[in-house]
Design a protein around this ligand. Structure first.
Ligand SMILES: *[C@@H]1O[C@H](CO)[C@@H](O)[C@H](O)[C@H]1NC(C)=O
Ligand SMILES: *[C@@H]1O[C@H](CO)[C@@H](O)[C@H](O)[C@H]1NC(C)=O
Length: 362
């Protein structure tokens, strides 16, 4: 058995403490957290204390000096970047330049013109790759592309025949009891919460239908004054395969409900968030001529699966040095860019009273 791949985590916030550390601990045969870095010592220490239970060797790094140490540490081939979304692209590029493989948390970018930032970032990454003999992997963490419910749901799509209509209903539950409610960065640009959670719902949609969203026409509004504007999107969209659909999202509802529904000539596929026997996940149902023909519940597992895949890619890339190892396409940064582009197009359309907006292609 090979030694676990050593990684560092950049960031020490809620998501690192509540998701990264526990999920990585479940695959500690594959991966070891060698260091956790944060801007401040206090924050880095808080996360390191949690991680030490599973990774006794974990080092605490902070500030410029700590960052420099990380870059110079050749025993760390890969880094997870889990910061405020506005800061992630710059940080990822900084690390990629040094040859480290990077797993960046979603959303791919977050600012008023996120897709312009992404375009520049992708061209910077391409020139970094052109200058290095071993290409660093730039992965984007989007657990929906690894959720068993969406992988299995997609397989059932063949059974529903020609696609006629798609609905994505996403009534979320970001209220004051949610740990992300008071997050500063999500309140620092237009549509912060819509983008941060909306990219997941778009990822689920793109995954199920297996094609891109071409254009959108959306109305946006702001009703819940405890949230930054806008907090509601009602959008029409058109897919590349000609099928149209609706995407309705509410950031905070008293009665959360989240589903994707694809109606075809021969049947309907319905994927809905829920829980069974105390486990959270998705119920995937297929309806045909005789009503419900199949229904399976899949627990959440996407974060673990995406981490496993990234670690596998890093170890393969290390083994095959210079031999053009192809990383898993579902992890690629460009996939995350496509999710952001759809939400950005909806926000732009909303600002223009529903004008048709073509989604930027990556
Ligand atoms: C927030 O939403 C959750 C889940 O829907 C609910 O259980 C909780 O009571 C809500 N809290 C507030 C303050 O509304
Ligand atoms: C808010 O955005 C501004 C401008 O992009 C940036 O300088 C500032 O650091 C951001 N603050 C937070 C808390 O993200």
């Amino acid at each position: 058995m090979a030694n676990p791949t050593q990684i560092a985590i950049i960031g020490a916030g809620i998501f690192v403490r509540s998701q990264y550390i526990p999920r990585l601990s479940e695959i500690s045969d594959l991966v070891a957290v060698k260091a956790i870095w944060s801007r401040t010592e206090e924050s880095a220490r808080g996360a390191v204390e949690i991680a030490r239970k599973y990774f006794p060797q974990v080092e605490c790094k902070w500030g410029e000096k700590g960052f420099h140490d990380l870059i110079l540490d050749d025993s760390i081939p890969a880094v997870a970047v889990v910061l405020a979304a506005q800061a992630q692209v710059d940080m990822s590029l900084k690390l990629l330049k040094t040859g480290k493989h990077v797993l960046q948390e979603k959303p791919a970018a977050a600012c008023k013109f996120a897709t312009s930032e992404i375009e520049i970032a992708i061209s910077t990454y391409n020139s970094i790759c052109a200058n290095l003999s071993d290409q660093p992997i730039w992965a984007l963490a989007e657990n929906y592309r690894f959720e068993p419910a969406f992988i299995e749901g997609k397989k059932l799509l063949a059974d529903i025949g020609d696609m006629m209509s798609v609905q994505v209903i996403a009534e979320g539950s970001i209220n004051s009891s949610n740990p992300y409610f008071s997050s500063a960065w999500r309140r620092n640009f237009t549509g912060g919460f819509l983008l941060d959670t909306g990219v997941h719902f778009v990822a689920g949609l793109r995954m199920l239908v297996g094609c891109e969203v071409l254009s959108v026409s959306a109305m946006t509004s702001h009703v819940d004054r405890t949230l930054p504007p806008p907090d509601i999107i009602s959008s029409n969209f058109q897919l590349e395969n000609g099928c149209s659909g609706v995407f309705a999202m509410v950031v905070s509802s008293k009665s959360p409900k989240i589903f994707w529904r694809v109606v075809g000539l021969k049947g309907t596929l319905h994927v809905e968030r829920g829980n069974q026997d105390g486990r959270h996940g998705y119920l995937v149902s297929l309806y045909g001529d005789d009503g419900l023909s199949k229904s399976t519940f899949y627990s959440f597992n996407g974060v673990t699966e995406e981490l496993k895949t990234f670690i596998h890619d890093v170890s393969q890339a290390t083994l095959k040095k210079g031999n053009g190892y192809e990383a898993e396409p579902r992890c690629s940064f460009v996939e995350g860019a496509r999710d952001v582009a759809v939400i950005e197009a909806m926000l732009e359309s909303g600002m223009n009273h529903g004008a048709l907006v073509h989604v930027k292609r990556f």
